[in-house]
Design a protein around this ligand. Structure first.
Ligand SMILES: Cc1cc2nc3c(=O)[nH]c(=O)nc-3n(C[C@H](O)[C@H](O)[C@H](O)COP(=O)(O)OP(=O)(O)OC[C@H]3O[C@@H](n4cnc5c(N)ncnc54)[C@H](O)[C@@H]3O)c2cc1C
Length: 475
């Protein structure tokens, strides 16, 4: 195991080692000896996330209740060691990685769905339930949990709330925070608090639920979430089309609005993304196309049939060609295969991918893509763009060889310039993945100094000793 990133070390203050025998004994008393992992090979799976940079914790502790989490955090304050909460460990910004050492609190054992209420449209769940397991459980009773990060099979509800995860359905349904009615949270100092409740209307006191959503595991450890549900849409239909230019494809979303259609997903692939999937998987897409669009609508069957025809008309009217429309579930899967093929397809362009998730007002996506292409050329770095056109959240992927330090440095410079361009275009540096430690050096590009100071004050008020997830967001 190796530590590959060192800038966070600057923030390390004198702390107790969490691996001192007395500390480990007290952790064993709290959660049981079998739930405190210290052997290198058992700790290793908790050392990294999707970034694949490893920071092994001194120990991994696996509690099963809010009371156990509370006792762990009280001990951490008493003995002053860092604690990092972890969900499924598929974050893209190193949020769950203990960059300043200490322990990782894994939520794997807190994996029960406590209640699904059809009558009141909510689910109460522990944080270690995967997004997929929750979706499946509610769909079995005809309900729908819309947030759908592409990592849904591995990500946990606790991680989704802490990162305020989005997904392709965000175009119509919004992101995780729009579905969080209430939380049970253990504050960094160990108090167990409840925010919100079981009702969708609730304006009593400050909106602490909103504060915790997207707080990247820095303001408390979520031990229970009450999530809003919707009736399960009856069906979905999709249109796939190619366009000569990205600008032509980007004219579609406002035209859908004018046609009074709100698609559940509007996904776009740029020229390089099309070439990548075409060369690897031969879907038969025009290799000269400038953009490929995937548009889905969902709802009652008759309405969906009407809306998908409107979508097709709009797409045709704006220069879309090679238009395909799904007629069945199998067709749906086939049309979406192109999107699923992207990640494996672009691997051939480099062993290291800087996968950024910038966001701009959706009408400015063509300018963003133009700017990013120019940045890629300037730094001699291959770039592939795809993403959620419905909400302007574009995945910009700069590709390079891990073993070539100059190419890596050029790609890094391209990332910084892309963030600057996104902010200049009225957007920001992350729409989904959060800041973690990897984007912390760029925070000032996106937020003013006084805004950052307000956030720091909240952090200090709730976590005076700075024990919970240090080395993240602020550097
Ligand atoms: C292939 C792939 C596709 C992805 N697609 C998307 C996408 O479409 N949309 C999207 O939004 N993201 C996406 N992501 C990023 C990532 O999966 C999400 O951010 C997800 O929400 C992380 O969940 P997790 O359970 O893995 O969290 P982790 O990585 O374990 O943790 C993430 C952060 O949450 C904190 N945390 C975890 N559990 C708790 C808890 N119980 N209490 C408090 N804090 C906690 C951690 O401390 C950390 O700061 C993708 C990642 C991959 C690898």
């Amino acid at each position: 195991m190796s530590r590959t990133i060192h800038f966070a070390d600057k923030g390390v203050r004198a702390r107790t080692s969490a691996s001192e025998p007395e500390v480990l004994d007290r952790l064993r008393e709290i959660v049981g000896a079998e739930n405190v992992l210290v052997d290198e090979e058992r700790v290793e799976p908790y050392a990294g996330d999707a970034l694949k940079e490893k920071f092994p914790p001194e120990a991994v502790v696996l509690p099963q209740s809010a009371e156990e989490v509370s006792a762990i955090l009280r001990l951490a304050n008493e003995r002053r060691f860092p604690v990092t909460a972890r969900g499924g460990g598929v974050g893209y910004t190193g949020g769950a990685v203990p960059v300043e050492g200490g322990i990782v609190v894994g939520t794997d054992r807190m994996n029960r769905i406590r209640e699904v209420s059809v009558e009141n449209l909510y689910a109460v769940t522990e944080p270690g339930v995967t997004t997929y397991a929750l979706q499946q459980a509610v769909e079995e009773v005809g309900l729908f949990y819309p947030p759908d990060p592409a990592s849904y099979k591995n990500s946990y509800i606790g991680g989704n709330v802490a990162e305020n995860a989005g997904g392709i359905r965000s175009a119509k349904y919004g992101v995780t925070k729009h579905y969080v009615l209430g939380l049970e949270v253990v504050l960094p100092t160990g108090e167990i608090v409840r925010t919100g409740g079981l009702t969708s209307k609730n304006v009593v006191g400050f909106d602490l639920t909103g504060l915790i959503c997207g707080s990247e595991g820095m303001l408390g450890i979520i031990t229970e979430a009450t999530l809003k549900l919707l009736p399960l849409p009856e069906t979905t239909r999709t249109v796939r089309a190619t366009f000569k230019t990205m600008t032509a494809a980007c004219a579609c979303p406002p035209a859908f609005t004018r046609a009074r259609v709100t698609p559940v997903a509007i996904e776009v692939l740029d020229r390089n993304a099309i070439r990548a999937v075409e060369s690897e998987f031969a879907f038969g897409i025009d290799p000269e196309a400038g953009a490929l669009l995937l548009v889905s609508v969902d709802g009652p069957r008759e309405e969906v049939e009407r809306e998908i025809r409107l979508v097709e008309e709009v797409v045709k009217g704006l220069g879309g060609y090679d238009i395909l429309r799904s007629e069945s579930r199998e067709d749906e899967d086939k049309l979406w295969d192109v999107r699923r093929a992207l990640s494996p397809a672009i691997k051939k362009f480099g062993t290291l991918k800087f996968n950024e998730d910038v966001v701009v007002p959706r009408s400015r996506v063509p300018e963003l893509i133009e700017r990013v292409e120019a940045i890629g050329k300037k730094h001699d770095t291959f770039v592939v763009n795809f993403g959620h056109l419905g909400d302007g959240n574009i995945h910009v992927n700069f590709m390079c060889e891990r073993s070539d330090p100059e190419a890596v440095a050029r790609a890094r410079a391209a990332v910084g310039e892309t963030f600057a361009a996104s902010v200049e275009l009225g957007g920001t540096i992350s729409g989904e993945h959060g800041i973690g430690y990897v984007k912390a050096p760029y925070l000032k590009m996106a937020l003013g100094g006084e805004t950052i100071e307000a956030m720091r004050r909240i952090k200090r008020a709730l976590d005076p000793q700075g024990i919970l997830n240090p080395g993240k967001v602020f550097v």
